[in-house]
Design a protein around this ligand. Structure first.
Ligand code: UDP
Length: 416
């Protein structure tokens, strides 16, 4: 029965088309996208990032690319390749740009550039608008054929306090783009190029976010041996130190003294993140043998399961130490879940304290807010409803696509 239900759910999935979004943003919202796109006929777009699977950027591109395609703007998505050494360096860049130290040695910059050069030679860049996501492929600006195309660096990470050594290495590349896009005003740098603010987005019709049948949610809980009758606290995140899974465990242990609750820490790895396994092992050790702690190492094709876990949760946690934007927060808010999250990176843009969720600054603060919401379910529900509306107004894929189209039009008009 269970397997049948799952099979039925999986086979029922159809890829949403643009018109389906009218159910969320109205026919005017969809009409606006078509009108903007009609002024871009004959122009092409290329997106470049460092992984097709895992993490927020891949999550967004997986949906933005087909929608732009459906708007009859040819678009290609390329993923750079690299060996373990390259991704160890780019992960170290990532941590350092989020404010950490950098101890990979000076020759790491040469390795990074050699890898970039290999990708440059392998890849084609003939689109009119080239969007390079994040630091990993940033040096591909070397591929720019002067006078042709508009190149934009889309930075998804919090650059407010970058490690200077890494930023000084990257900045000369970034400065050669036509523009940079950041997810929050605080992340922008003193660059000489124009900088734009784009909020990241979720797709309300994707497997990750669409409504689910209660039977399927029940089946997922059963599969992972989670009790639906007791409160479920959930953090969905790659096993990454900056997501602070150990801090989440500590907060849970405090809450557990007062509430008979369960903790779900679910995450997989991303192809460009080599640290996941080690972090998971550390988390397992701290979790010990508590049967109410569910550490789920999920494969990349788990969107429906993650959706179900989020929908089954009493509270969604995102206790990141650093965060670009935190799409898991957006996903939780969209599902009308009370969210307790750290006041870092782009999270406060989404979680407006005491209005769309609760912000915290420590393990104890996280535990306190969780306890408060568990004790006050009516308040928790009200926050969740407001959170849902906040996402509808600001963080849906349709807004994101609209911003890209508007930026492209701006380039076209500026170059006449
Ligand atoms: N995610 C996933 N599987 C996992 C962990 C995370 O599909 O095992 C998804 C999650 O639902 C969200 C994205 O990956 O859509 C993570 O984005 P976020 O901005 O929260 O963090 P990032 O991983 O980009 O730092």
């Amino acid at each position: 029965m269970t397997t049948q239900l799952q099979t039925r759910l999986r086979t029922e999935i159809k890829v949403s088309s643009l018109d389906d979004y009218a159910s969320v943003v109205g026919t005017e919202g969809v009409g606006e996208l078509r009108a903007l796109a009609s002024r871009l006929r004959g122009r092409s777009v290329q997106m470049v990032n460092s992984t097709a699977l895992g993490g927020g950027v891949a999550e967004m591109l997986n949906r933005i690319v087909p929608l732009i395609q459906e708007l009859e703007i040819p678009i290609r998505w390329d993923v750079i390749t690299g060996g373990e050494d390259f991704f160890a360096i780019t992960k170290a860049f990532h941590n350092a740009l989020h404010g950490g130290s950098y101890d990979m040695g000076d020759d790491s910059f040469a390795t990074f550039l050699a890898n970039s050069e290999q990708n440059r030679q392998r890849m084609q860049f003939d689109s009119e608008f080239v969007i390079i996501h994040d630091p990993q492929p940033a040096a591909l600006i070397n591929a720019r054929n002067h006078g042709r195309g508009h190149w934009v660096w889309r930075c998804h990470i919090d650059l407010s306090q970058p490690n200077q050594k890494v930023w000084q290495f990257l900045e000369p590349f970034v400065s050669r783009y036509d523009a940079a896009i950041f997810s929050s005003p605080e992340f922008s740098r003193g660059l000489r190029i124009p900088q734009y603010l784009f909020y990241p987005s979720i797709d309300p019709l994707s497997e990750k976010n669409r409504e689910l049948e209660p039977e399927f949610i029940g089946e997922v809980l059963e599969r992972f041996e989670i009790d639906p009758r007791r409160p479920i606290l959930t953090q969905i995140s790659r096993f990454d130190r900056l997501k602070d899974p150990i801090g989440v465990l500590r907060a849970y242990k405090i809450v557990k003294r007062y509430f008979d609750c369960q903790l779900v820490l679910a995450g997989g790895s991303a192809a460009d993140d080599p640290e996941g396994e080690q972090v998971l092992a550390e988390v397992q050790e701290v979790a010990g043998k508590d049967p109410d702690v569910h550490l789920l190492n999920l494969p990349p094709w788990s969107a429906l399961e993650i959706n179900a876990l989020q929908r089954a949760s009493t509270i969604i946690i995102q206790k990141s130490l650093r965060e670009g934007f935190g799409l898991t927060v957006t996903e939780g808010l969209w599902k009308k879940k009370p969210v307790v999250a750290s006041a870092v990176g782009g999270i406060p843009t989404q979680v407006i304290h005491k209005y769309t969720g609760m912000l915290a600054h420590s393990v104890e603060g996280t535990a306190y807010q969780i306890r408060y919401l568990l004790s006050n379910p009516n308040i928790a529900q009200r926050l969740a409803e407001w959170g849902h509306e906040h996402v509808r107004e600001n963080f849906l894929i349709t807004s994101n696509v609209r911003r890209y189209l508007t930026l492209f039009l701006h380039f076209v008009e500026a170059s006449h």
